[in-house]
Design a protein around this ligand. Structure first.
Ligand code: ADP
Ligand code: MG
Length: 236
């Protein structure tokens, strides 16, 4: 009962947030769940970077976001904080299956994202996995069914969608494409197309890149809904 009331208050605070407010400087100025807030605090993240300030409030409010900001500007937290909050607000549990998918162009970047997720997400009860190949498909497949949040490379994910029986993405709440420009440049267009075919249409989508990428073709293939464009060019 107490938890219900707290979640109600949190949702109301998110709804009432002015995404452009100059008062949002620190993570403590944002209406975040206690586990996310403490995860950020213990990871020593305090002041938001420009892209985080521009993207996180909109993403918390459920908007689709297209964010462009150069390398080193803090894009990882700009999507991981909304991912954790999305599942928390939905009262996601380990029995609810896959709720969030983060797609990264390379294994190395996927590993980095996963490390940050483990740090700031440590006080949540969500299960999280890294699917980047290098292990047998069967080994990965066994872990897949239990994951709430997956960080993966596009090719490997597609392989599982095609070949792993019982890999269910029907409940997916939020899709993130990190380094979307690179994903496209690396020739993963058709993998992304095929992937999006499998995903529910009602999801939230966050797309980040290091370059301004308003290419209509990209938007069409991701079926973004009235996306908010966000860009930040200051250094973090
Ligand atoms: P990008 O994906 O835009 O290249 P990253 O998310 O990898 O940037 O972040 C770059 C660096 O900035 C990392 O070392 C990260 O820990 C640090 N960083 C990100 N956000 C913050 C913040 N709010 N406060 C302090 N350091 C941050
Ligand atoms: Mg990055």
């Amino acid at each position: 009962k107490r938890d219900q009331e707290d979640l109600g208050k949190l949702r109301k605070a998110v709804d009432e947030l002015d995404p452009k407010s100059a008062d949002i400087q620190k993570f403590t100025n944002l209406p975040l769940s206690a586990p996310t807030a403490s995860g950020l605090r213990s990871s020593h993240f305090e002041v938001l970077t420009d892209v985080q300030r521009a993207a996180i409030p909109l993403a918390l409010q459920g908007k689709d976001v297209l964010g462009a900001a150069k390398t080193g500007s803090g894009k990882t937290l700009a999507f991981l904080v909304p991912v954790l909050e999305k599942l928390y607000h939905a009262k996601w549990t380990e029995h609810d299956g896959l709720g969030a998918l983060v797609i990264s162009p390379t294994r190395e970047l996927a590993v980095q994202i996963f490390e940050v997720l483990r740090k700031i997400g440590r006080n949540h009860y969500f299960s999280a996995g890294l699917i980047i190949g290098g292990k047998s498909l069967k080994e990965e497949a066994e872990r897949l069914g239990r994951m709430n949040i997956l960080v993966c490379t596009p090719g490997r994910l597609l392989q599982h969608l095609d070949q792993t029986a019982g890999f269910d993405v029907d409940n997916l709440q939020i899709l993130v494409l990190d380094e979307a420009d690179r994903i496209m440049d690396m020739g993963f267009q058709s993998a992304v197309d095929a992937l999006v075919e499998h995903l529910p249409k009602t999801r939230q989508t966050l797309l980040f890149s290091a370059t301004q990428s308003k290419r209509i073709s990209d938007l069409a293939r991701l079926s973004l809904k009235d996306p908010e464009y966000v860009s930040a060019h200051e250094a973090a």
